[in-house]
Design a protein around this ligand. Structure first.
Ligand code: BJ8
Length: 425
């Protein structure tokens, strides 16, 4: 890494030794998991580049934006509307939370039996290892699961400007009203914070920009319906992960370029695995960078992943925001409609999610579903049990996995997944 970056990280008050260690591990894991794959599309070179520059070039760009007066907003959830952030002349960055870090310090603030995702968000702050978090001018939390809701009370003591958004738990008219009032409150907070009024024109532009990113990912998803699969689940997951922190226009262009190449592959019947390879739909908790454990195990166990029913995947991006409105009110209503359709397991009841898993399994011709639950995540692990029963009745093989970010259970998981894949052949 160049001296310029070291100076940048120092200025962001990172713990340079801890950060060096983190980048070392990240580079090794990425090399072992990603670069070892065969038949990768050339378009993944861009994403390799993004990963090598994950704490370098992109941070430099964000700091340049800050110099120009643009605010950086960090978020932990797909309920935070990027459209509003862009309309207010700011940039939204997903704060990844995909690796264990500073665990001892974290467990002084949170119970041990907290999900790995929440612990990770604290670990990166306490260990001073995330330049995105340190570059953020405002961090937005949300009242989703109980773990996050209560953890934000403690996170408030660690970050300078934490804004917490309340969220509904039921898809009722009252639930929609709550979401709408929270989006209006967030709009006002952004306007005050950035000093830039949100107008119909800039909100419409924000909607068009974010929809374009989502459309590019829709295109990528639809190409994964092909058999043989033109791209691995690991690579598709990486594109979904990069969605959260890349420059929106560049991301859209890069995913579309990758899709052009995949179309060509499909014409040539070229794939990353043979046509007989069992096809898996992964469903459940989000997988943030650098959480590649489960897809890596699945794809080194003789299967290929063809879809992710996850917030880092189709749950997060499948819905577009209606673009036709012209007044601020119409565009705000469109935003509320769009976000109210997200079928996160914090909602009760949550029939939409079951329907969506079924729809995806059919569309991507999945032979089986692996439900990925993070240990101690109540919403997803509880929801997984009835889902398993429903899909077993429908003769769709379903494997329920509960894990965390450690590598201790890799052997055990691999044995279970290999047996599951064998059953699908
Ligand atoms: S919209 S899935 S990104 S809340 S894994 S922290 S649920 S205990 S991440 Fe999520 Fe928004 Fe929902 Fe999506 Fe809690 Fe479970 Fe941990 Fe979780």
């Amino acid at each position: 890494m160049s001296q310029e970056y070291r100076k940048m990280w120092e200025d962001l008050n990172l713990d340079l030794d801890a950060h060096d260690a983190l980048l070392g591990v990240l580079g090794k894991v990425y090399g072992d998991i990603y670069m070892a794959q065969k038949e990768r599309p050339g378009g993944m070179d861009y994403f390799n580049f993004v990963m090598t520059e994950i704490h370098g070039l992109r941070i430099k760009e964000l700091l340049e934006e800050k110099k120009q007066g643009r605010k950086i907003i960090g978020s932990y959830c797909v309920f935070v509307p990027e459209e509003l952030v862009l309309a207010a002349g700011a940039t939204l960055i997903g704060l990844c939370s995909g690796a264990d870090f500073a665990t001892e310090a974290v467990e002084q603030m949170l119970p041990r039996n907290t999900c790995a995702l929440i612990k990770s968000s604290f670990g990166f702050k306490l260990g001073k290892a995330c330049p995105y978090l340190e570059a953020a001018d405002m961090v937005v939390g949300e009242n989703t699961c109980d773990g996050k809701k209560k953890a934000y009370e403690s996170l408030k003591t660690l970050v300078n400007n934490l804004y917490v958004m309340d969220l509904p738990q039921m898809k009722t008219p009252q639930g929609r009203e709550l979401l709408k009032s929270e989006f209006l409150r967030f709009r006002e907070a952004l306007e005050t914070f950035t000093g830039k009024p949100i107008t119909p024109a800039n909100l419409k532009q924000g909607i068009l920009t974010v929809n374009a990113k989502r459309r590019a990912l829709h295109r990528l998803s639809s190409l994964r319906r092909a058999n043989p699969a033109p791209i691995s689940g690991l690579d598709a997951l990486l594109a979904n992960q990069v969605f959260f922190y890349d420059n929106p226009a560049r991301f859209t262009k890069s995913v579309n370029a990758l899709c052009d190449e995949l179309e060509e592959r499909i014409r040539e019947k070229k794939g990353v695995a043979s046509e007989k390879t069992p096809r898996i739909l992964v469903s459940g908790c989000p997988m943030a960078v650098p959480n590649w454990k489960l897809p890596w195990i699945v794809e080194t166990s003789g299967a290929v992943i063809v879809g992710e029913e996850s917030c880092v995947g189709e749950r997060g991006t499948r819905e577009l925001t209606e673009e036709s409105g012209n007044s601020l009110e119409e565009l705000m209503e469109a935003l509320v409609d769009r976000y109210f359709r997200i079928d996160c397991a914090i909602f009760t009841p949550n029939q939409d999610r079951e329907d969506h898993i079924r729809e995806m399994a059919k569309a991507y011709k999945a032979d089986g579903i692996i439900h990925y639950g993070l240990q101690f995540c109540q919403p997803y692990t509880v929801e997984a049990i009835p889902l398993e029963k429903v899909f077993e009745k429908e003769d769709l093989p379903f494997l329920r996995v509960e894990t965390d970010y450690s590598m201790e259970d890799v052997g055990q998981l691999k044995t279970r997944i290999e047996a599951f894949v064998e059953q699908l052949r």
